[in-house]
Design a protein around this ligand. Sequence first.
Ligand SMILES: *Cc1c(COP(=O)(O)O)cnc(C)c1O
Length: 483
Amino acid sequence: MEQEDIEKDLNGLAEQSKGLDLSPAEFDDFFKSLANYSSDFLKDTHKGLAYKETQDKGLGIRSIPIPEKGARNPDELLEHYKKHVEDAGLNPASGGHLAYIPGGGVPVSAFGDFIAAITNRYSGVFFANPGAVRMENLLVEWMAKELGFGDCYGNLSSGGSIANLIAITAARDAHGVEAEGIRKAVIYLTEQAHHSIQKAIRICGLAPAVLRYIPVDEAFRMNSVLLEKQILKDKADGLNPFLLVSSMGTTDTGGIDPIEELDKHCKEHGLWHHIDAAYGGFFLMLEQFSYLKKTIAQVDSMTVDPHKGLFLPYGLGTVLVRNKKALKESHYYLANYMQDTLSALEEESPADYSPELTKHFRGMRMWLALQYYGTDVFRACLEEKLLLTTYFYQKVENLGFVRGPEPELSVCIYRFVPESGDANQFNMDLVEAVRIDGRVFLSSTSINGVIWLRLAVLAFRTKKATIDLCLQVLEEKVKMLQS
Ligand SMILES: *Cc1c(COP(=O)(O)O)cnc(C)c1O
């Protein structure tokens, strides 16, 4: 191609492609639409449903074609979003979301995401944006200190599942579990461990390892005596016990494993101790859980989820790992094309400690929220969630429900046993009736063949009125199903 032709084509293409940027007027216009949409949404979130069944279940989004030429109409696009996405299914921003593990999504974090995306800063490598990397590193350090983990390195991940994967991979490599050795390697956990643990084990190639499900006590906590017996037996049988996964806050019941005793056995027998505290970790910010910190300060790794216990929007988990070298050796890689980045090494680079390279600058959503709100309001909110759970636990008995163990955190289980008929089926019907009603959203679980309803209070917008409403809905639906 002639140089002249190239220049001509470039002029034409520049004219066509410049539309990707917004004119100041377009930007303002979009921003206004966005502000209107968001503030309307937040207004409605306090009175709207926690779950909404729609006719087409969001199918309408498929009938809007991706255009060759965009209409550049923000209001129209937000209308599509509202109708087909916002309106259908679960509303995790609602205080009435009392199922799975909620969080809520504090609004200031959305501004953090916005700034991170507008400036498109890269927080993977120190060289690329030292300030962004320092911010993510300082957040890891802040969590490590606040939660009692202490000296470590860690990583801001997309969620708890990836955090667990990173920790288990580091444990695998630190213990040299590879090739033929995998079949002899033993991992200890309970039936109550979150399924992301089994998923991580499989993804990082440990599927052939021996998984020992240690029995639990009446509150579904790992039995540490039986753990030690099993470790001793496995050693005697020539196996290689290398990893224990305990939980601070199981998903089903919010139970806390006896981590102090478990950790003793880990130290004695040389096991890597990983605590999955994705749900429960931030309760360590409260005085009443400080008794756990002595142990937390000694374990090898821990997962916590700011998009649960810090009420941030979905998309932020964290792994803390004591053995920085092991964490790095599992995740570090140097590509020739990145050699220039080696000139700046003042701080560690997140990309060396995670499977990710180019990534969302997700530290900004957390930093902005913590700076804007301060930590007191988070503590108060966590305290409130615990108390709301106790309140519910006391009240639900008056409605004739059988209750599971006393809640240690902010999850509890309960079930209704009708005078006749299949109790499991009754509770399945009950959770379905609550779902269709939509004012609050609950979920169920099955433990040893018994169906329980769960209450999980961790949405920051959940208040006493929400719990009262939940109790009222339960009462109504039990009556309805019995009539
Ligand atoms: C939520 C949760 C996970 C998974 O975390 P994600 O952020 O959903 O990937 C792992 N373990 C426990 C105990 C959890 O509650």
